[in-house]
Design a binder for this molecule. Structure first.
Ligand code: PGA
Length: 249
């Protein structure tokens, strides 16, 4: 009953020309994939060239970040209204690289989630622990507090637009993926927490993606887990062939 999503986060890769070529290669490879939702998440600069290529396709468009205001004197920022105008269906919020390198706080992320939803964009809200936190047995405390703080004050209706992405930071870009069993345990913990914050019904409907070194070789085992509803793919989404193999898990 939960429709999976496979989303490719291109991070700070690809010029506009490279982005167009990748999408042109990707679309024919995935055109018959009807079992899941699919999205590409290019850098801001490529959104407007990729958007027309995706129109009438089975692949949605996402952005990697947004501000929480509609407009204003915020040099270097992009608003959710601007992303909606470009046809973005998704926006990643709270990616660990934003939390770590750009010091985005829980309070900001909470505002960003609300703003994206207000403009009709589904946030892909990223959560996940550092290696030292996992090794210190702090997984539940860290991820639990990220979820509670991020979702603070959001109604059940607002929450229904959010996609969660569990991404253990130690697995991102390291080639060291969580085992399917570890990922399943984490997803189950998050789903239980959602049931406490909202309801079992909402928890059962919540889409929870796994992210962190997802590859064509490990996607099948991950997708076989009952609480894993798709993947947020970084490195392996940059190449159309490899991303299409993940889409066809
Ligand atoms: P990775 O990145 O697949 O390259 O580990 C995942 C992500 O950061 O979303």
């Amino acid at each position: 009953m939960r429709r999976p999503l496979i989303a490719g986060n291109w991070k700070m890769y690809k010029t506009t020309t490279e982005a167009v070529v990748t999408v042109q290669q990707l679309l024919p490879l995935i055109k018959n994939a009807a079992h899941c939702d699919i999205a590409v998440i290019p850098p801001f600069t490529a959104l407007s060239v990729v958007a027309p290529l995706l129109r009438d396709s089975n692949c949605g468009l996402g952005a990697q970040n947004c501000h929480y205001e509609k407009e204003g004197a915020f040099t270097g920022e992009i608003s959710p209204a601007m992303l909606a105008d470009l046809g973005c269906r998704y926006v990643t919020i709270g990616h660990s690289e934003r939390r770590q390198y750009f010091k985005e706080s829980d309070e900001w992320l909470n505002k960003k989630l609300k703003a994206a939803i207000h403009y009709g964009i589904s946030p892909i809200f990223c959560i996940g622990e550092l290696l030292e936190q996992r090794e210190a047995g702090q997984f539940q405390t860290v991820v639990g507090s990220q979820v509670r703080a991020g979702l603070a004050g959001l109604t059940g209706e607002e929450f229904s637009h959010i996609i969660l992405a569990y991404e253990p930071v130690w697995a991102i870009g390291t080639g060291r993926t969580a085992t399917p069993e570890m990922a399943q345990q984490a997803h189950q913990f998050v789903r239980n927490l959602i049931s406490q914050l909202y309801s079992w019904d909402q928890a059962n409907r919540a889409i929870i993606l796994y992210g962190g070194s997802v590859k064509p070789e490990n996607i099948t085992g991950l997708m076989a887990q009952p609480d894993i509803d798709g993947a947020l793919v970084g490195g392996a989404s940059l190449d159309a062939q490899s991303f299409s193999r993940i889409v066809k898990y």
